[in-house]
Ligand binder design. Structure first.
Ligand code: MRU
Length: 349
């Protein structure tokens, strides 16, 4: 386990009895707080409001929420609650492949007993941790001493149960003594790069700097970036990849300039039922995220300020699709594969 805050190890989300505990990501990097959820409705709220976000963390919490629903159905004698809960959990983050993966597995286990649902949910969280650790090992083989690496959004340990995906190879490489430098895309509108990735890297002491989202192509063209690694929210069977909005244009720039562009993701993010990226639903989030920003003022009080011209509206797609042909390879827990249907079917079997 790598996650250490104030000298203590944490997972981002975990279950004790039927209670779920999680790191409240909306407060980071300004405040570190653990929240508790006693039922599936509260867990859904945490996913919807992005108190817990990121592919694997969403998946783990969705699995825990489904298990909580089985427990609640048993204690209240109301089995109808289970299907209602499943629909509610699945409506929270429509692009997130890990969410649907975990809900399906826990729902199936729950057909045997609520205890089996809880055991399955915990197994999913444990496997997520181990998968991400292995992604770090495989991804490290791509990183040479002195590499400058760009990343988008947050696919570090906060986005999973532990370790992360895009950042896991960086942690491994740095841990082995390789000198690396990370360019962190700020990732508007919610700034997961500037707030979360930067915080994670700072905790680990890894040299980095935050760049505006629009700076990537320029830096690449100046020979300042050796590779780019991002995570994924869902990967279609042909290798087309949904990730945080802005990933597609980074991949286009990387291809044009000749920079390797890698995706890091566990097999739980692959959705073989989606033949191409066109079949992946894209979540649209509130325009408030674009029009306003939130952060502490000088006294530490959280404030929300308007950034945009009053009277204008905003459009806020949360993800885009990077076509497979722009992806140099996908780093999985079973090795690095090409973004082709042939390789994906083989590795996922
Ligand atoms: O909207 P978010 O913050 O849940 O976005 C998902 C992501 O964390 C990123 O797209 C990430 O790069 C995918 S892997 C965690």
């Amino acid at each position: 386990m790598i996650v250490k805050v104030g000298g203590k190890h944490y997972r981002t989300v975990w279950m004790e009895g039927s209670s779920v505990f999680f790191i409240e990501q909306n407060l980071l990097p300004f405040e570190f707080r653990i929240e508790q959820s006693e039922n599936f409705a509260r867990s859904c709220h945490a996913i919807r409001t992005m108190q817990v976000r990121g592919a694997g963390a969403i998946g783990a919490l969705a699995g825990f929420a489904m298990a909580q629903a089985f427990v609640e159905a048993e204690t209240t004698g109301n089995p109808a609650l289970i299907l209602r809960a499943r629909a509610e959990i699945e409506s929270t983050r429509p692009t997130a492949g890990n969410l649907f993966f975990a809900v399906e597995k826990v729902y199936s286990a729950g057909q045997r007993s609520a205890g089996d649902a809880m055991a399955e949910a915990m197994a999913i969280a444990d496997k997520d941790t181990e998968d991400c650790r292995k992604i770090g090992e495989y991804g490290d083989s791509l990183i040479s001493d002195g590499f400058r690496i760009e990343t988008h959004c947050n696919a570090g340990w906060l986005a999973f149960v532990d370790y992360g995906t895009a950042l896991s190879p960086l942690y491994t490489a740095y841990g082995k003594g390789k000198r690396i430098f990370v360019y962190v895309d700020e990732t508007r509108p919610r700034s997961q790069g500037a707030r979360l990735t930067a915080w994670e890297l700072h905790q680990e002491g890894i040299p980095h700097t935050i760049i505006p989202d629009s700076a990537g192509a320029w830096l690449m063209s100046q020979g300042k970036v050796d590779m780019m690694i991002t995570g994924a929210d869902r990967i279609a069977s042909n290798g087309d990849t949904a990730n945080k909005i802005g990933t597609f244009e980074k991949a286009l720039a990387a291809k044009a300039i000749g920079i390797p562009f890698y995706i890091a993701a566990p097999l739980s993010t692959f959705d073989l039922k989606c033949p191409t990226g066109k079949d992946i639903p894209i979540e649209e989030r509130s325009q408030e995220e674009v029009l306003y920003a939130e952060g502490p003022d000088e006294s530490g009080t959280m404030r929300k300020i308007r950034l945009a011209s009053p009277g204008s509206s905003a459009f806020n797609p949360a993800f885009d699709i990077t076509p497979a042909e722009l992806i140099s390879g996908i780093i999985t827990e079973r090795g690095i594969v090409r973004a082709t249907r042939e390789d994906i079917i083989k590795v996922a079997r």
